[in-house]
Write a protein that binds this ligand. Structure first.
Ligand code: MOS
Length: 734
């Protein structure tokens, strides 16, 4: 059996969960209400470093409705959570009197009503012994960690080649701290009953939340069940088990009632990660003809005092372009800040701005078109491994993008293009996104009524997993869309990795593929000696599936339905499991390719007022095989909007004296809204990737990087002002 020509798959099928969401019938974790449920409010530190000298909960405990106040005085010691592919679990809360950052949880109040919990939280009094916080990325008082990910790359002799290069561009690029702002406030509902724990959570990874809570609360994994049926966005902030989840579980155990904890928007800024700010040094050496001879990329980012964030920044510059001499170095500075974490295209969002700005700057030094310069240095093979890519259509991305955008209409002179009083700029950037895939499991069933049921513990964070996996299951089982159910968001289902790193569609799709194939094999084994079956003795390579039937590949009439096989053998259903594991690049002799993209951006700048508008963005993406064109396009549009936010609006501002985040709300933290966004054009190019049976490459994140660099490059083209820091603000354009 091979994949037939995509009929169901590929189609722009509407989200299967769309009607539920529009009708308010999709229950996010904050919508879960259980009988007898009580509520948690949090007390947070108002200093960034030091220790608690006095924490008085007496007044709070006397207030109406209050059931318990947890603090480091009475909270039990909790075991550390596991270390996984994203690093260690964040340290458990309320374990000692040390203050590591402003906004750290110091107490959790449990009360009958949410307003009672909130009032009592305000009645908790805290006194501190304050020490000087370390808050700035350049502050030498903060520990500097070299090569924290063990991913620093070298190829050839970058320093030597730079010293001998005909043309060298060297500059420092700075990106601001940004905060994930999913619409859905993170919420945890926790219930203990008879030693068993049930949790509804806004997580991107139910399997991990289950394992982590089991380990921290020292109960077997089989006693913990984590649901995340719907998640109102996350963008990376739901990848880890943050302290508020642990507090909800602890509170539920303490009062012996189900509890709900919903973070407030300000709490979302200090408790669920954020994109770390960076300072990046780029040195690129080139020959006069434009060929790169050396790239050096050194990136410094921030990290919290007692936690980790696995976010390589400079590392990706080793594989973006053909260049014989490369050195990348990542560094982290420990600060008294809430722990940074993944935020859509973690690392790459910052690195791409620096690298693609630097290449644009170099193009002016060389007097070459910036697109030509990229094509001259195109990495035809994966430059770090020296292996052919499993797929790469970046050249097509550039070509199709230039055409759709009208790049040839660009007047190369700075400030030469105008639209009335507005200066017009054209800028572009290339994107080589990372490849990431890990182990995943799925299970497939066909019942006596002939319908399919496929499932995995995976999550759909709004990206369309329910929909594409149902499409895929339908195609693989030869059923119609409405004959298949796809279930997810439940840790009791087969183990799944996180919806993250743009890796879930690949990992889960391949596991679903394996499970569905195994299910067809199970049907064939059932009839292997069945003289009544036209499929007797067939192997999976002899057959195809369609219309609820298995039939001979060569003769569609010769076969029978799932229903007939089950009925004749007296079976209610057949079930099979499938797993997928990432291929080993050396074994397959190919470098696994992530998605590629080219971004072309038009900006308008008002030279008198410094106003910056982005009326038009063209994105061309090589995402391998696209399972659902409509949803993939939505992913790219959404990520591009996030890229505009990074480019011109988003900045988390920390008070340099107190460590308090000064704009921890959606009034003061600016995200792109409709009025900020013009025309967004999205095109997919390329072929199914060769590495996996499905040929998909993730499209969740590739839409974001490239946007900020292309905007900055367009701003330079319009104004002659080279802005090397994000976000680009009005004052810099005056
Ligand atoms: Mo993503 S930032 O890997 O959810």
């Amino acid at each position: 059996m091979t994949l037939t020509r995509p009929v169901v798959v590929g189609a722009g099928v509407d989200r299967v969960d769309g009607p539920l969401k529009v009708a308010g019938a999709a229950a996010y974790s904050s919508d879960i209400t259980l009988p007898g449920m009580v509520h948690v409010a949090l007390v947070r530190s108002t200093i960034a470093a030091g220790r608690i000298t006095r924490l008085d909960t007496g007044a709070a405990e006397q207030l109406p409705g209050v059931l318990a106040v947890l603090s480091h005085h009475n909270a039990p010691r909790l075991a550390a959570g596991p270390t996984n592919n994203l690093g260690p679990t964040p340290p458990p809360p309320l374990q000692d009197d040390r203050i590591r950052h402003h906004g750290q949880y110091l107490a959790a109040v449990v009360a009958e009503k949410p307003y009672q919990a909130a009032a009592a939280a305000r009645a908790v009094t805290v006194e501190y012994e304050r020490t000087e916080p370390v808050l700035r990325i350049e502050d030498p008082a903060g520990e500097l960690r070299t090569d924290p990910f063990g991913m620093d790359a070298t190829r050839g002799d970058a320093a030597g080649a730079l010293a001998a290069a005909e043309v060298v561009h060297e500059a420092t690029y700075v990106t601001a701290e940004n905060t994930n702002n999913p619409l859905g406030l993170f919420a945890t509902v926790a219930q203990w009953s008879g030693g068993r724990l049930t949790v509804h959570d806004a997580t991107q990874w139910t399997s991990n939340t289950c394992q982590t809570l089991a380990q921290m609360f020292e109960v077997p994994e089989s006693a913990v069940r984590v649901y995340a049926k719907y998640v109102g966005g996350a963008f990376g902030s739901g990848l880890r088990v943050w302290p508020h989840v642990v507090l909800a579980v602890l509170a539920a155990r303490t009062v012996g009632r189900p509890v709900k904890l919903v973070l407030s928007r300000p709490e979302m800024f200090t408790g669920i990660g954020h994109r770390p700010n960076t300072v990046q040094q780029l040195r690129i050496g080139a020959a006069r003809d434009g060929g790169f001879v050396a790239i050096e990329h050194e990136a410094l980012q921030t990290v919290a005092m007692d936690d980790e964030n696995l976010e390589p920044v400079a590392a990706s510059s080793a594989s973006a372009y053909a260049c014989p001499n490369v050195a990348t170095r990542d560094r982290q500075r420990r600060l008294n800040i809430p722990c940074p974490g993944s935020m859509r295209a973690p690392g790459e969002a910052q690195a791409n701005f620096a690298l693609e700005s630097a290449i644009d700057e170099l193009s002016y030094l060389l007097d070459l078109d910036p697109l030509d310069l990229r094509l001259r240095n195109y990495a035809q093979v994966q430059p770090q491994f020296g292996l052919p890519w499993s797929s790469k259509a970046l050249r097509e991305c550039y070509q199709v993008g230039a055409e759709r955008f009208g790049w040839s209409r660009r007047d190369r002179r700075i400030g030469a293009m105008r639209d009335g009083r507005w200066l017009v700029g054209y800028g572009m950037a290339g994107v080589s996104y990372l490849w990431w895939q890990v182990h995943c499991e799925a299970r497939a069933t066909i019942g006596s009524d002939g319908t399919g049921y496929v499932r995995s513990a995976a999550t759909d964070i709004g990206t369309g997993t329910y929909t594409v996996m149902r499409q895929l299951s339908a195609e693989l089982l030869g059923l119609e869309l409405d004959q298949v159910r796809f279930d997810l968001g439940d840790s009791n289902l087969p183990w799944s990795p996180q919806a993250g790193g743009s890796g879930l569609t690949g990992a889960l799709g391949n596991a679903v593929h394996a499970a569905c194939r195994e299910l067809i094999r199970t049907f064939l084994r059932t009839v292997v000696n069945d003289s009544a079956s036209p499929l007797r003795g067939c192997t999976i390579d002899d057959v195809a599936v369609s219309g609820g039937r298995i039939h001979h590949r060569a003769d569609g009439k010769l076969g029978e339905s799932f229903v007939a096989i089950l009925a004749r053998h007296g079976l209610d259903e057949l079930t099979a499991d499938g797993v997928s594991d990432p291929p080993d690049p050396q074994e397959v002799g190919m470098a696994p390719a992530g998605a590629f993209a080219a971004k072309f951006v038009e900006v308008h700048v008002d030279p008198d007022l410094g106003l910056l508008r982005v009326p038009r963005i063209v994105s061309v993406v090589d995402g391998g095989r696209i399972l659902n064109e409509k949803l993939a396009r939505s992913q790219i549009i959404g990520a591009t909007v996030g890229g505009v936010g990074q480019a011109i609006l988003e900045e988390t501002v920390t008070d340099p004296r107190t460590g308090r985040i000064a704009n921890a709300n959606l009034g003061d933290y600016l995200v792109a809204v409709n009025a900020d966004i013009g025309e967004i054009d999205v095109t997919f190019v390329g072929e199914p990737d060769q590495l996996t049976p499905l040929g998909t490459k993730g499209v969740g994140e590739v839409g974001l990087p490239g946007t900020a660099a292309a905007v900055a490059n367009a701003v330079y083209h319009a104004t002659g002002k080279r802005i090397r820091s994000l976000p680009i603000t009005i004052d810099e354009l005056l």
